[in-house]
Design a protein around this ligand. Structure first.
Ligand code: FMN
Length: 208
C-alpha cells in the first residue's frame, strides 16, 4: 500500500483537496490527512464538509469512496508519526497551499503539524507537491515559490487549461487533481489529456 501525506491549508480551492483525497483512497493508498485550523471553516463553506464532527468526519471526507486507509490529524498533533523523518511516505501534497503556509515551508518555520511534515519532507529529500492559491501573487509569494522550486519542490498551482474543453467546474477540479497525481507519479485518467489533435479520450467520470 502506497502512503501519502495530504495537507490542507486555509486557501480557496478545498474541492481540489477533497477530489485528490478520494482519488488516493480509491487507489487503496494510506493517506495521512492534516488539516490546518484555518482551513476547517473554508472547507465547510466551499464543500459542505464538516471535520469538527468526529463521528461523521471520515464518512464526509470519503464521500462514498471505499478502500485505502485514512488517518486524520489536526494541526496541533505534533506527536504524529508524520512529524518525523523516520516515518516514510511516498510523497506529500499541500492542497490548496495558502500563502501563509507557503511562507512557513519556504522558511523552515514549522509551527504546526502541516508545516512540520513539509519541513521533514524537504530535509529528507522527499517529494513535496504544493498547490499554492492566490490571485494575484505578490513578489513575496513568487520569491517563496522560487526558493522552494530550487529545492526540488513541485509548485503546481490550480491554473486552468482549456484544451480539454471543460464544461463544468467538476471537470476543472478533475484536471487539477489529475495533474497533482501526475506530479506524484500516480497513474490516472481523470482528465482529458492532450493527444496532439484535441480529441483525446474522455476521462473516466465523463465529467466535462
Ligand atoms: C474564505 C477565505 C478564503 C481564503 N483564501 C485564501 C487563498 O486563496 N489564498 C491564501 O493564501 N489565503 C487565503 N485565505 C487566508 C488564509 O486562510 C489565512 O492566511 C490563514 O492564516 C492561512 O492559515 P493556514 O495556512 O495555517 O491554513 C482565505 C481566507 C478565507 C477566510
Amino acid at each position: 500500500m502506497k502512503r501519502f501525506i495530504l495537507g490542507i491549508s486555509g486557501a480557496s480551492g478545498q474541492a481540489i483537496a477533497i477530489k485528490l483525497l478520494r482519488e488516493l483512497l480509491g487507489r487503496n493508498c494510506e493517506t495521512h490527512l492534516v488539516i490546518s485550523s484555518q482551513s476547517l471553516p473554508i472547507l465547510e463553506q466551499e464543500t459542505g464538509i464538516r471535520c469538527g464532527n468526529k463521528a461523521q468526519r471520515e464518512k464526509q471526507l470519503r464521500g462514498g469512496v471505499r478502500g485505502g486507509k485514512l488517518v486524520y490529524y489536526d494541526e496541533t498533533g505534533m506527536w504524529a508519526p508524520i512529524a518525523s523523518g523516520s516515518f516514510r511516505t511516498d510523497a506529500m501534497f499541500i492542497v490548496p497551499c495558502s500563502m501563509k503556509t507557503l511562507s512557513a515551508v519556504a522558511n523552515g518555520y514549522a509551527s504546526n503539524l502541516l508545516e512540520r511534515a513539509a519541513d521533514v519532507k524537504i530535509k529528507e529529500g522527499g517529494k513535496l507537491i504544493l498547490c499554492p492559491r492566490e490571485m494575484p501573487f505578490s513578489a513575496i509569494h513568487l520569491e517563496n515559490m522560487l526558493k522552494l522550486a530550487r529545492l526540488g519542490v513541485a509548485i503546481a498551482p490550480p491554473v486552468a487549461a482549456f484544451y480539454h474543453k471543460p464544461k463544468t467546474l467538476e471537470a476543472m477540479v478533475e484536471f487539477f487533481a489529475g495533474k497533482l497525481l501526475d506530479q506524484a507519479g500516480i497513474e490516472n485518467d481523470i482528465f482529458r489529456r492532450w493527444d496532439g489533435r484535441g480529441t483525446g479520450r474522455r476521462p473516466r467520470s465523463g465529467g466535462e
